[in-house]
Design a binder for this molecule. Structure first.
Ligand code: KG4
Ligand code: ZN
Length: 334
């Protein structure tokens, strides 16, 4: 079969990224331009600034990717773009850019759900084995999903309130750790011990999660202790938060593996860069004799290669989209 090259575009949040992916598995070239430093000054992503920066940089990111690949747009087989979920203004920059490339170069256009992109980050340099259990942990999502085949999703459970990444970012903020908080908490936690007694997120046997109670408890604790003039053991609190939040994820993955008998587990989304999480889920996978796949660090957080990987099964099905494509905020996988 002829090789398939997909040029993929990701601008859903604060990374402008373009990649060329071969046959859904091999990254020929990728550029990821992060706006993190700019947004860190404001303590979080400022949507208006994010879309303006995408507009300024996207052409340069394309040029750099094509140069790295030694290819031209005319060499690829399709253009793929993230259309949901994300910041609408940011998504629109990528979508319009993708439409123009598709139109000018007569290439089919493929729309990709960003969350499904995170899942397919596991197909980079790897072959997904079905059925699999996917744990999606990002700034906006905490979900357990069963996949029986490509694009065949069954939602087992999800967060009832805050996503785990969001809890990381909010707890980081109260501990004066700059945005994005996840990596900062992970680093600080290494210097502490989980010695604070914190409320467990959810103790039931559903597959749902809840992080807002844990987050609020920590915010209140820090406020109260500061008001009383008591010292906060920041590293211990970071370690306690991380252990509580992630142990709950591991417990639910364990429950799902035991109940379904599934033997393949994958982790997806920005929080999958967390080493404590990787270790805990690895332990659970080993205990259940399941094979664990986690993307390489670079493909854990937002990037266009995962969009190219997720677009490949759609390309094979000729699941193309027309130029009425618009950005959507709806965040469902299935
Ligand atoms: O998937 P992602 O890049 O963007 C979304 O689609 O949301 O995830 C971003 C989230 C942020 O909340 C960030 O704090 C978190 O992933 N994150 C981490 C780590 N690296 C990124 N959380 C915990 N530990 C990390 N090392
Ligand atoms: Zn993401």
């Amino acid at each position: 079969m002829k090789d398939v090259y997909i040029l993929a575009i990701e601008t859903s949040c604060d990374e402008t990224s373009i990649a060329i992916v071969k046959n859904g598995h091999e990254v020929v070239a990728i550029t990821i331009l992060t706006q993190m430093k700019t947004h860190a000054e404001f303590g979080g992503v400022v949507p208006e600034i994010a879309s303006r920066m995408h507009t300024e940089n996207i052409t340069m990111v394309l040029e750099e990717t094509l140069n790295k690949a030694k290819m031209q747009v005319s060499d690829v087989d399709a253009i793929a773009v993230t259309y949901k979920p994300g910041l609408l203004g940011s998504l629109l920059v990528g979508i319009e850019f993708a439409k123009v490339l598709s139109y000018v170069y007569h290439k089919p256009l493929i729309k990709v759900n960003h969350l499904i992109g995170h899942i397919y980050a596991n197909a980079i340099n790897n072959k997904l084995e079905f059925p699999l259990l996917a744990l999606v942990v990002s700034g906006g999502h905490t979900e357990l999903v069963i996949m029986k085949d490509d694009y065949d999703f069954e939602l087992l459970g999800s967060t009832l309130d805050d996503a785990i990444g969001e809890a990381y970012d909010k707890v980081a903020r109260i501990l004066d750790i700059p945005y994005p908080g996840g990596p900062g908490i992970e680093k600080l936690a290494l210097e502490g011990t989980p010695s604070y007694e914190l409320p467990k997120p959810v103790l039931d046997n559903t597959y749902n999660f809840s992080y807002s109670g844990l987050k609020s408890f920590i915010i209140n604790l820090v406020h109260n202790e500061t008001q009383r003039g008591n010292e906060i053991r920041r590293a211990d609190l970071a370690a306690s938060f991380q252990a509580t939040a992630i142990d709950e994820l591991a417990r639910k993955v364990d429950l799902a593996l035991r109940n379904t008998g599934i033997k393949n587990v994958i982790v997806a989304g920005g929080v999958s860069a967390n080493k404590y999480l990787r270790k805990e889920i690895e332990n659970v996978a080993n205990k259940n004799n399941a094979k664990l796949t986690i993307p390489e660090f670079i493909y854990c957080t937002d990037n266009a290669a995962m969009i190219g990987a997720a677009a490949y099964p759609l390309y094979l099905k000729r699941d193309f989209t027309d130029y009425s494509l618009n950005a959507e905020s709806s965040a469902n996988i299935c």
